[in-house]
Design a protein around this ligand. Structure first.
Ligand code: SF4
Length: 292
């Protein structure tokens, strides 16, 4: 298989096929993000991408899930994405899922009918990095997008019938009183968007990022596990979701939770309170999930 640089996808299963449609991230400026620092953003030639699908067909035979990488493959022209989707579904008879990383900008740059067309041709899910619902934090991390634009983008994806998976990051405010505002405002933005899934991650400060320099200079203090769990609890307390899966099943987290809200909200809060107030905090990682 042909890949350029480090490859990321939100799925951990080893048998998914990751198809690199773009190289790197069109934004590449978030202060905490290390993923595509080694890459200059560009969209790959359509012919190369279609050749890759042929190679993948020879290599894998059939796959059930494909993820379109890198950082923001939705920036591609809609017709090219439609061609890619057609090739994928023709190549893999068992294909049931195609997902993509999308930024608020690339979503808003497409019309609703373009997004609906992508859904019709088999784009099942878009992954949008919301990170925080706090305007000040979005500015500090150089996300390059306002809360208002993030909400509009999230709602547009859902309106198009594409599943929306958003990620939020615990600990982004560091050990400051702003952490509580981050928790509340992030819950608020989730309430406004009503995504299908919310993936909670915990900040990991990586060398080579601006956040790492801030940590080295003492400007950013990494929260403790207990503080992260308190932030998570406050965020969930403030969530009012009609039917959204919450998952923290990610290696960055000190606790693995996976429930659907609103039904699982009380249970999640009870688990978090038990862990925060008890001795279990030393036994991390704790699991409270509906998964087997
Ligand atoms: S967090 Fe997302 S948008 Fe920001 S630089 Fe990383 S990949 Fe790009």
């Amino acid at each position: 298989m042909r890949y350029e640089g480090n490859i990321y996808s939100p799925h951990i299963a080893g048998d998914d096929y990751i198809l690199q449609c773009t190289i790197g991230c069109s934004h590449n400026q978030c202060t905490f993000c290390y993923m595509y620092k080694d890459k200059q953003y560009r969209v790959r030639e359509l012919n190369e991408i279609l050749e890759d699908i042929e190679l993948a067909k020879e290599y894998y035979g059939d796959v059930k899930k494909v993820f379109l990488a890198d950082g923001d493959a939705l920036t591609m022209p809609t017709q090219d994405l439609v061609t890619i989707l057609q090739y994928l579904y023709a190549a893999f008879p068992g294909l049931a899922y195609v997902g993509v990383y999308a930024s608020a900008g690339s979503i808003l740059n497409k019309s609703l009918s373009e997004l609906q067309k992508l859904q019709k041709y088999g784009l099942v899910e878009a992954h949008l990095g919301v990170e925080s619902g706090d305007e000040e934090i979005l500015r500090e991390i150089h996300k390059g997008v306002s809360c208002e634009a993030m909400v509009a983008a999230g709602r547009k994806v859902r309106q198009a019938g594409i599943n929306l998976f958003i990620t939020v990051i615990l600990g982004l405010a560091g050990r400051t009183p702003q952490a509580r505002a981050h928790a509340r405002n992030t819950a608020h933005i989730c309430n406004q968007i009503q995504p299908d899934y919310i993936g909670m991650l915990t900040i990991i400060v990586q060398p080579g990022t601006e956040l790492y320099e801030k940590m080295q200079s003492g400007e950013f203090l990494v929260p403790t596990d207990r503080e992260i769990l308190q932030e998570m609890r406050l965020m969930i307390e403030n969530m009012e979701l009609a039917n959204t899966g919450i998952t923290s099943m990610h290696p960055s987290n000190c606790i693995y939770l996976d429930k659907v809200l609103p039904a699982g909200k009380d249970e999640l809060l009870q688990t978090l309170t038990r862990v925060i107030e008890g001795n279990e905090i030393n036994l991390l990682r704790v699991r409270d999930t509906d998964r087997v």
